[in-house]
Write a protein that binds this ligand. Sequence first.
Ligand code: GLC
Length: 555
Amino acid sequence: MKTSDLAWWQRTIAYEAYPKSFLDTRGAGTGTIAGITSKLDYLAKLGVGALWITPCYRSPMVDNGYDVQDYYAIDPSFGTMADMDELIARGREHGIRVVMDLVFNHTSEACAWFVESRSSRDNPRSDWYVWRDAKPDGSEPTNWRSIFGGSAWAWCEERQQYYLHTFAPQQPDLNWESPEVRRALYDIANFWADKGVGGFRIDAITYIKKPAVFADGPVDGEDGLSSVHNATANGEGILDFLHEFKAAVCDGRDIFTVGEANGVGADELCRWVGKDGVFDLLFEFSHTHVPMGEAEIWCKPAQWRLTDLKRVLTASQEATATNGWYPAFFENHDQPRSTVNFFRCDGPIDAKAKALGTVLLMQRGTPFLYQGEELGYGNATWTSPEQFDDVQTRGEYEFALTEGFTPEQALAACSRFSRDNARTPMQWDASANAGFTTGTPWLPVHPDYQQMNVAAQEADPNSVLCWYRRLAALRLSRDELLAGSYEELMAESEQVYAYRRQGEDGAAVVLANLSDQPAAYDAALVDGLALLAGTHGTVRPGALRPLEAVVFGTR
Ligand code: GLC
């Protein structure tokens, strides 16, 4: 395969911006769309060609926009539809296409559809959501636990029925069995596609197909509940809906889709992406489950080794080697910072960021960077549960207490995994509030911002940012790094992540020591190849210093 065989979204770098935390142009303490537009140059310098922005539709913001009230309107806190049109247009001038986030598993409870649906059992939209009668004793229809904690069912007085919410009670699940619901959702996607966006990230999509029979699951916690994820993720028949979506929205357009697919593993990727699949790319989470554990219960994290992480990353690479394409990512707005998440050793955070960034930017697929990752952010410091804004973190805190953990242990678990770690404001410069806002930031700015900010890193050639820019440019300039195959090397090593990218005319070998001890490798692996980039400047044959990363390639 050569670069010329690839679509535009396969030969670029994608970047996720979390608008609320990116840049505030109003002084209100929350970011704006105009703030993103003003930083397009910054993104272009990172080689970004696709810009995913998390939802900025009108929303009560219970889940920071993932509770959509009106899919055809921009929330006033972010700006106006004119601002969005401007971002899409200016983006194109910069070679950057905007990727909208489609939240189609659920809406906000404030969405007009739900307001109507909940009003009676016989209104025109009465079946647009997942309504069920109580059990004979009046209790919830099943014992499912929502992803944010507590029962996945909420009671509605008007209908004398429960509705299902996979996430927060303010996020009722849509009933995809209704053809009218599906049509309404496709219309929304077409409205945005007609605006010229470059594609869609499709939220929580594995939950749209509910089981034919709703039954209690095995109790898996002290709360007496059972994970809704286990009961509903990736249900039988889901792909029929998604093929319909693809035909109604994507066919014939020069856009790409990336589905968020918790519950789909590498072994199933071929049904979801590629020639016969429904999306172009799929975010699957086998690697983020390595430190967190499959159950995604923060107070019970997994024990893991580097080989566990490498194995699942390689499995995803292999699953998309000849069919489909892989979105490589280590961070997003739901994950703790990767400099914490994927290391079990000590060492300077910038060295960790550069080593992991090397692994990411040289992977086969389209790398997805998350804001701040290119600066090497760590997790924030949390000293009390009240500091958390995130609805999931509050649920996990309560759950940890239910499970018998102490408040200190619950706080420690939330500090480690909270989604707010990824959501603190971007740090642009050393001025007040890191240049993010002239108002009061909605989440605290990280105390390290005076050293750790974009302006300081742009001025320092040894910074994480400059390393990312350099590797991005390297990637985009070499056929084997864009289109070449992936083969893992040193698979048994608990220190080094190594792989080879083989193109038609050239090759590259990537070696990253992800440990804080010196590591050795067989120098024959890079025989005949020249050093293209190294975190430590010079290299030693067959040896890697702690957290050193190198890229060798055809001269
Ligand atoms: C996805 C989003 C997450 C959101 C959830 C519910 O997982 O990435 O931020 O809370 O869906 O919409």
